[in-house]
Design a protein around this ligand. Sequence first.
Ligand code: NIG
Ligand code: FE
Length: 397
Amino acid sequence: MSATLFTGIGELATCEPTLGDGSALGLVHDAAVIAEDGRVAWVGRASDAPAADERVDLGGRAVVPGFVDSHTHLVFAGERSAEFEARMAGEPYTGGGIMTTVAATRAASEGELRANASRLLAEMHRSGTTTVEIKSGYGLDVATERRILEVASELTPETTFLGAHVVPAEYAEDREAYLKLVTGEMLAACAPFARWVDVFCETGAFDEAESIRVLAAGIAAGLLPRVHGNQLGYGPGVQLAVEFDAASVDHCTYLSEEDLDALVYSDTVATLLPAAEFSTRSFYADARALIDAGITVALATDCNPGSAFVTSMPLVIALAVREYRMTPAEALVAATRGGAAALRRTDIGRLAPGCSADFAVLDAPSHVHLAYRPGAPVVAQTWHAGTVLIASGHVEE
Ligand code: NIG
Ligand code: FE
């Protein structure tokens, strides 16, 4: 395959601190990137760039790594706008609407699920996302959980079995039977299509002992753990995630001092989902406490029809800057390199030699515009493995 030189990059955020200006963003001005065989082959000042077979001039725009959206529930049917409307009128979010989506998802064909998820994935590509994690959890029976993960695995290698999302209504009187199903027959049917196992460890979903059973069974089936925790209240989710060396604990809206201490001495990433807090009118996680303690933070959309029907990582970055008081640089790192860490990946989320050539070209002179211009279509082009996915902006070749 031939080498392509991307030049005319006014500001390149590599998100690799050993490159460029040495900041966390690894900034290079008047930069160029060479992509070869889908990977970054060279990064530096345009004036130092070696020759390549092809040349793409990005016209002075800013370039950032493709966003790594490490937490989504993209495969589902139906929508819950009435629930959202009621919430905006004062109803609290409890997660009770999950069963509405489960009913719609069970009734949908595989083709309908694929079409819906593909449409949402296309929205994500348009806003600069190049890697997406997708969870099951809206089937809650063996056949539908498996169908969801089959569709998800067509769209991404980062698939997560979340059969332990809630106990479905038909098992309300016999939780033990559902636990046996999730850790037995359902897990066996789903594990071939999943990389990760997740559990919603929360009052009203699964308690600590149940969550331990779910994670342990998933690990025994060859899956890697991650946890939904501390979304609706304080609880054991964060500490459980750390004990299991989970790649990530997600939400972290309610964090105790003990939770912070546990995360500091762990390899577990705290994944923050400000779009869920925005769309449920929750208060916002204490991102500053996490960052100031040196804990690795990721930002993700949590895209789902209930708590956050959001596909845009630029919106998530804008919320993180406005509501979490993260700097634009911290938010960009969390949305790229942080997401990669939450998936235990080093080949994505930064633009350094050897990494996948995944990047977003901004119709803007700097990465700050991701937060500065909320709602504007700031991403002009999205490139994945050196190939253009979306190009609404002009590309000179
Ligand atoms: O991450 N917390 C649990 N699950 C989803 C919401 C699911 C729903 O409301 O449909 C979340 O917010
Ligand atoms: Fe979620």
